[in-house]
Design a protein around this ligand. Sequence first.
Ligand code: COA
Length: 631
Amino acid sequence: MLRLVSPQTAAVRAVKQALSVKMDKSFNTYCRLLSSKKFTVQDSLPHLPVPPLEQTLHKYYQSIQPLLDEEELEHTSKVISKFKAKQGPHLQKLLEERAKKKENWLSDWWKSQAYLNFRSSVVINSNPGLLLPRQNFEGLKEQLKFAAKFISAVIDYKIMLDEKKVPPEKSGMQPLCMSQHYNLLCTSRIPGIKCDTWQNFSEEKPSHIVVICNNHFYLLNVYGKKDRPLSIEQIYQQLKLIHSKSEEAAPPIGILTTENRNEWGKIYKKLMKDKVNRSSVELIQKSIFVLCLDQSVSSISDDNKTSVFAGQMLHGGGSHLNTGNRWFDKTLQVMIGSNGICGVNTEHTAAEGPPVIALIEHVLNYCYKNEERVLPAVGIQDPIKLKFNIGSKMLEAIENAKKNADSLIDDLDLTISQYKIFGKDFLKSMKLSPDAFIQVALQLAFYRLHQEPCATYESASLRRFKYGRTDTIRSCTVPSYLFTCAMDDSRVPALEKLQFLRQAVQTHKNISNDAISGQGIDRHLLGIKLTAIENGMDIPKLFMDTAYTKSMHHKLSTSQVSSKYESIMFYGPTAPDGYGVCYNPQSAKIGFAVSALNTSPETCSQKMTSAIHQSLSDMHKLTSEYQMAKL
Ligand code: COA
């Protein structure tokens, strides 16, 4: 075995000692806080309902109409009727019984179905990236200064979480479940050979973050004595030390986290057999979060530089750049380059985009205030290098992971853009739901490019319910299809087009409201299917039907992730011949991230972006002209 690093028992001991600093406060205190009076809103949140079966089947039938021909529809109508008469009611009863016993009948299932059982690489396929507004700095010193501020801001947010002072969020008058906010820090996905797990280490009160620099991993204790957080200047000094010790690149052990999950699970098992490796990996998993000091991407044309920077956040830019300078299993990874580029990559198991945005908006507000809020701490420890024993087998695994990661990255076609002609304010003034309007524009854009409608997924938040995650809004509706056909038909008068548009927008708003109220289609059907599996019953034919397969092949996988800042989130497409579209509607503009795969001859993120912009402009013209006519 080729030993690149010798086992350092002293280093392991030092690390354990560093960790024990904050282990004295027991978990009971933490639990007491959680159940304290401040949590009554959370405690009183309603449980996720199980919708009536008839209602879901009726909505399901409506949702597949634009996707099927008449013969297929007739067949599916019979399949639905049989299901309603036979297995359906029994499965519904079993599901309702489950719902009575659980605070949320879906959340455990969802965690494993959507995330932990997912065996492809989490990179591009599951972890979203988030590009933050470019900061006005250049060079190493400024990079480290900004990173220090960023760390201090996250710790400030952590203290608010620890003290239960994060303002509860609402959607209109409805309080939202805040549990996801508590899943962002001190948490990690852990690979397994067939299925992963996920752990929250908050109870151990970790006091460190991990900094990755030139593929080296360092433990940086961000608290001094008496649990006092380090000041920005103190963190900066620590980062300087880390950077100065990381001049030569280390073998990119972090690139192993880009592997498909079964492969990474097998490698992980071997890696963890070594005591030194195990200690280092556990410290990464338990850390508050991971901060990656990135090398800058040079020589890129002005045209696509935002998209290249977004790629840096989503996948690291390739094994020759920053892809090894990562630990993709960590729930929160922050990336900061020396050219003012910064962003985040989040492991998705335990939280959606909006709680990440809440944390990041706090961080940016804090950074822009540009003031030292913390007095210097005493009892600072030097950063500790996390060592790895890497033998020839592990080096081979790293080389394989590099190749696999690079081909995954080469296949990604990503375009980031800002649509600046109008934003939310214009749409509100027209009495139109901004989200619904954008979704209809996506339908029009897709139809114009591909001359057909497509099954579409839009995330709907279920956070009105305790431990709620998401349901699906099936954005391709009969009215949206009618509008897309009418819009470019010269025989249809403008006023009629506008009526089709308004009808499509209103229908979208109605189905969104249903989904966020726990009356959606998809999670209910998933619950029915899993109930059959868990009870050893045959999977109903409803789920084998072409209609179901077609309606789950999401050529448009979309999500609104809004922020007051010009930040944009992105992820890969979920269908090989489809697009991932994420958008941030702001008052006067809309940010878009469109992804596709280069291996698909049918898709192109640039063309889709142009089609979205054009559709928005054409729909804007239609609505404004009518408004003028009314005046
Ligand atoms: N006339 C005037 N104003 C209207 C309107 C109308 N007809 N319809 C809506 N509006 C207003 C709303 O009141 C709201 O106002 P506000 O900005 O002052 O709050 C604003 O327009 C936006 O509303 P709308 O665009 O309709 O929807 P939304 O922003 O509430 O978003 C969803 C809808 C479905 C996207 C949202 O509820 C949701 O579930 N998001 C999930 C996000 C998520 O979890 N993503 C996962 C990422 S990993």
